[in-house]
Design a protein around this ligand. Structure first.
Ligand SMILES: Cc1cc2nc3c(=O)[nH]c(=O)nc-3n(C[C@H](O)[C@H](O)[C@H](O)COP(=O)(O)O)c2cc1C
Length: 255
């Protein structure tokens, strides 16, 4: 794939969930991480690390820990993007200080650094013709993932990411109308019409094929299952409810 501009690259993004078995050369992974390292970082603290996993047995185990997602075992590389205050702990030790890592702010600094670096890596990978898919499910069994990857105190896997050569072009999912996410000067009211429009756009992709739901208040009538239904069901579930304890064990006490 040849991209004509950065916007072309961005607009063609689709998460890749089917990969060819070909390995990604070590130098290519290093090139991608070098790009990620150019990302802005809070006070230049660079409070993140990434663990690149290529070992097949470890990837298979990660796939199990992440809810049995087959594409994780299939992709030749798994990148675990971690909030990391451990390096700063070392800097403090070297200089005779005690790090204050216990506030929500300290974790947020590291988590934000990790995810914006991850997204730069995603764009760099896509520019090289590789595909990626973020794997939030690394937090399904966070403690086991921490042990598998040998993550020390003051690190935390914020998100995973599969990386490899796409087996096929991924579908490009429509996004919400811009008026739903862009507010001028002050936060404005949501308009249901935008959500209805988006329901239709997402239903038209076929992603929710065959699913229909009753129309509220109109017995016997059904409507296409769309983004509002799908997402409302998603956010009604309490998920990954152990994270506060895991964060505390890792030294992020979130005061
Ligand atoms: C933080 C984060 C976590 C995600 N976790 C997963 C995951 O565990 N498994 C998966 O298949 N996709 C995952 N995704 C991909 C999203 O489902 C995907 O980005 C979204 O549906 C939009 O589709 P697109 O990326 O193809 O445009 C994740 C995305 C993000 C940003």
């Amino acid at each position: 794939m040849i991209y004509t501009s950065i916007f072309d690259l961005i607009n063609r993004h689709g998460s890749v969930r089917a990969y060819r078995p070909d390995p990604v050369p070590t130098e290519t992974i290093e090139t991608i991480v070098a790009a990620a390292q150019r990302t802005s970082t809070s006070s230049n603290m660079q409070a993140y690390s990434v663990v690149a996993v290529t070992d097949a047995a470890t990837r298979t185990r990660l796939a199990e820990l992440c809810g049995g997602q087959g594409h994780i075992a299939q992709a030749p590389v798994f990148l675990a993007w971690c909030a990391d205050l451990a390096r700063l702990e070392r800097a403090c030790e070297l200089r005779g200080y005690a790090q204050e890592a216990g506030y929500v702010e300290n974790f947020l600094i590291a988590a934000v650094d990790a995810v914006i670096a991850a997204q730069t890596a995603a764009l760099a990978a896509e520019a090289l013709g590789l595909g990626i898919c973020y794997i939030g499910s690394i937090r399904n069994n966070t403690q086991a993932a921490i042990e598998l990857l040998g993550l020390p105190r003051l690190t935390f896997p914020v998100t995973g990411m599969t990386l490899g050569w796409p087996a096929a072009e991924p579908p490009i999912r429509p996004r919400l109308p811009q008026s739903a996410v862009l507010h001028w000067e002050r936060y404005g009211a949501e308009h249901d019409v935008e959500l209805a429009e988006y329901d239709r756009a997402m239903a038209a992709t076929g992603i929710y094929q065959g699913r229909q739901v009753p129309v509220p208040g109109k017995p016997g009538e059904v409507e296409d299952y769309g983004w509002t239904e799908h997402t409302a069901r998603r956010v009604t579930q309490a998920v990954r409810t152990d994270l506060r304890q895991v964060l505390e064990r890792q030294g992020f006490t979130l005061k």
